[in-house]
Ligand binder design. Sequence first.
Ligand SMILES: Nc1ncnc2c1ncn2[C@@H]1O[C@H](COP(=O)(O)OP(=O)(O)OP(=O)(O)O)[C@@H](O)[C@H]1O
Ligand SMILES: [Mg+2]
Length: 224
Amino acid sequence: MFASIKISDIPRYRRKVLREPSSTRPALYVIQKNEVRAVVKDFSPNRSLYRNIVGRFLVWRESKAYKRLAGLQGVPRFFRSIDGIALILEEIPGNNIEEVEKKEILPKEFFEELRRLVERIHKRGLAHCDMKRAPNILLGHNGKPYIVDWSASISKTECRLFPLNLLYRRFLLDDFNAITKIQLRHCPENVTPEDKSHYDHRSRSEKLIRSIRNKARALLQKIA
Ligand SMILES: Nc1ncnc2c1ncn2[C@@H]1O[C@H](COP(=O)(O)OP(=O)(O)OP(=O)(O)O)[C@@H](O)[C@H]1O
Ligand SMILES: [Mg+2]
């Protein structure tokens, strides 16, 4: 499906604009072909330097992650990338947690399911590394959690050597801590003492990584 679609075909198949492109973000569209709907994350409208350096890098990283996660319930199916600058993904009917949080309290079952999903992802040798951003977690219309936006993810293989292996263990824990952080907003009474204690003892390394990421983002915003 979507095997032959080119960048120039996107307007023809486009059904909805989820987000217009901005200086540091790709466009997001829903497309439809032969009754099948998909989400396209598309860097082609971004400015040339950003598109060709940052866009290609992020599309490469995200495609690699989706291939590693193929077949996992809770992760959208990856159809393909187009010319290394756009991704085509299964559309998950639902809403992201940032939207959901405005009007709904999520039950403990959602978080239990989300933790199980993250365990299965970690077993495939991948840490998401950006789960604190509520827009990266979706609540499907079926009530189940889904995780999107794999561009910051890091694989176990990339971190097999010391000291990266230690950092990778930290990333795994940070994914769970991110769930705890969100769960504390919804049903704090159901956060286990163990998860709460991990969350309270978040290390300096996490803060360091966050500050590096924020600086990198600010720099990108300047050059884009
Ligand atoms: N496969 C999908 N199915 C349904 N909605 C999706 C899908 N992928 C992305 N979205 C929607 O688009 C939003 C942004 O997606 P994503 O996080 O991948 O892009 P982004 O460029 O990283 O955005 P941000 O910088 O806000 O994190 C998600 O919060 C979600 O609402
Ligand atoms: Mg995102």
